[in-house]
Write a protein that binds this ligand. Structure first.
Ligand SMILES: NC(=O)c1ccc[n+]([C@@H]2O[C@H](COP(=O)([O-])OP(=O)(O)OC[C@H]3O[C@@H](n4cnc5c(N)ncnc54)[C@H](OP(=O)(O)O)[C@@H]3O)[C@@H](O)[C@H]2O)c1
Length: 235
């Protein structure tokens, strides 16, 4: 196996926006790890892309389980020895039309486990591989629903606060990271996935296209930014 090919990892790569991110990264020439918590759907999704001659492999990783994240990072280190691009795409949306003070608190906790702590522990476990080569591009798939300026209306509080925290984490980690390691947050827009529903104006292919420029930015590219369709967003 060539050690020169850049390696990219996408969490929640088995369906929706994540699946398109995997596909387009592989079409660009990356060796892509399709990370997913369910081995059956993950292997099936990876196999479908392999049949189009794309360099895609399944990696088991549940982002709400720290042990699973550590095992996945060890496996990537042993098999590939590098990670160039990490896309934190996996996400949950449990609380449409619910309010924070009346919902089951578990909804908030479970949402934070995946959308916030999942991102934190994944970055923490994989950053060593990026630091080793002094290079890395991390993209956090966020949402404008997590913009601070959008916090004064009621509803969907668990999802929104989880993306608000993810946005803050993006800026804080950008301040901590040194060298040519960049981390940015991006809103894909409203997308017709299982999460977005069929009425959304953008499809997963268009959403992935609008995200992937951040995977190949040069050393002068942004870090600690929040973008949609290539344009900066207000936090
Ligand atoms: N769709 C939109 O309109 C929209 C708008 C703004 C932001 N976003 C963000 O875009 C990202 C992708 O969303 P999507 O629309 O593609 O949603 P989706 O179709 O519902 O897919 C969600 C993905 O996340 C995975 N996932 C959930 N919990 C996980 C866990 N604990 N460990 C590993 N994987 C997990 C799912 O895996 P399983 O198949 O195992 O459940 C699935 O692959 C999310 O972060 C979402 O918040 C979406």
């Amino acid at each position: 196996m060539s050690q020169d090919i850049q390696v990219a990892l996408v969490t929640g790569g088995n369906r929706g926006i994540g699946y398109e991110l995997v596909k387009q990264l592989a079409q660009t020439g990356f060796r892509v790890l399709l990370a997913c918590r369910d081995p059956k759907t993950g292997r099936e999704a990876a196999q479908k892309l392999k049949e189009s001659n794309l360099d895609v492999s399944f990696l088991r990783m549940d982002v709400s389980d720290q042990d699973s994240i550590r095992k996945a990072a060890d496996e990537v280190n042993e098999k590939y020895g590098r990670l160039d691009v990490l896309i934190n795409n996996a996400g949950v949306y449990f609380d449409e039309n619910k309010q924070l003070l009346t919902m089951e608190p578990e909804l908030l906790e479970n949402t934070m486990d995946t959308n916030f702590f999942g991102v934190y522990y994944v970055v923490r476990s994989f950053i060593t591989l990026m630091k080793k080569q002094g290079y890395g591009r991390i993209i956090n798939v966020s949402s404008e629903m997590g913009a601070m300026r959008d916090m004064s209306s009621r509803g969907t509080g668990a999802y929104r606060v989880s993306k608000l925290a993810m946005n803050g984490l993006t800026q804080l980690l950008a301040a901590e990271l040194q060298g040519d390691i960049k981390i940015n947050a991006v809103c894909p827009g409203w997308v017709s996935s299982d999460m977005g529903g069929p009425s959304a104006p953008k499809n997963p292919k268009q959403a992935a296209q609008s995200i992937l420029w951040l995977a190949t930015i040069g050393p002068d590219g942004p870090s600690g930014g929040f973008f949609r369709d290539g344009k900066p967003l207000k936090w």
